[in-house]
Ligand binder design. Structure first.
Ligand code: PGA
Length: 251
């Protein structure tokens, strides 16, 4: 059966020293209070190796926030999936709406990134979600279905089964405006049905689908209680150990 997962997305925050301290704090908190779900932190590239050295990945998984769409070579400033894996990281967020919006990532780029992540034994946490205008004009189910079909439906069932999905309505990210638990559940059920139609019910039932967008200790329990919400991808609230642990303990 699918796993429940709470994953932090630190985005472009913390120095290496601050990040190492935060990672240690979360790791120690998990050593004291065993979580009832998998817990992951996704951190800037510069932090990965240092964080890997101070955490116990049996307690706290480690991931990157992105990787390159090429294997290696003359791509100044890019960081490849194999480089990420060489730090000890096991996860990589791909297709975050901020990458799509500010760095022009398309489904075509994301297909390359997913293939490279999988080839390097990284678990992609693949993000999908509609913008506010799409929520308001009622096209959100079609938008999210198209994001999944375009980027993921070339995968074999075996490869698809290695993914974690994260539904992140763009209007809820960093805005303090959370989707209601019912809105999240409706979309997660739609995503699972979309997967089932392509790969069958068993693959769909085994896929973890996280919710992201202003998830915090005060609303996590209600969101995670929904049958198709299998955890959260946490931005702002992952930068304070107490808040992050408050969300983890919602399971
Ligand atoms: P937020 O970000 O929790 O700060 O809204 C979530 C995300 O972008 O992954």
């Amino acid at each position: 059966m699918r796993k429940n997962i709470v994953a932090g997305n630190w985005k472009m925050n913390t120095t290496v020293a601050e990040g190492v301290a935060l990672a240690k704090e979360v790791n120690d908190a998990l050593a004291q209070n065993k979580a009832n779900c998998d817990v992951v932190i996704c951190v800037p590239f510069t932090h990965l190796a240092s964080v890997a050295a101070v955490i116990d990945q049996n307690l706290l998984g480690l991931g990157a926030e992105n990787c390159a769409d090429h294997t290696s070579g003359a791509y100044t400033g890019e960081v490849s999936a194999s480089m990420v894996a060489s730090t000890g990281a096991k996860y990589v967020i791909l297709g975050h709406s901020e990458r799509r919006q500010y760095y022009g990532e398309t489904s075509a780029t994301l297909r390359e990134k997913i293939a490279l992540a999988l080839a390097n034994n990284l678990t992609p946490i693949f993000c999908i979600g509609e913008v506010l205008a799409e929520r308001e004009n009622g096209t959100y189910n079609d938008v999210v279905k198209a994001q999944i079909e375009e980027a993921l439906f070339d995968l074999s069932a075996e490869d698809f089964s290695k993914l974690v999905l994260a539904y992140e309505p763009v209007w809820a990210i960093g805005t303090g405006k959370t989707a209601t638990a019912d809105q999240a559940e409706d979309m997660h059920a739609h995503i699972r049905a979309t997967i089932a139609a392509k790969y069958g019910q068993e693959v769909a039932d085994n896929t973890s689908i996280l919710y992201g967008g202003s998830c915090k200790p005060s609303n996590a329990a209600e969101l995670f209680a929904k049958p198709d919400v299998d955890g959260g991808l946490i931005g702002g609230a992952s930068l304070k150990c107490a808040d992050f642990m408050g969300i983890v303990s919602a399971f």
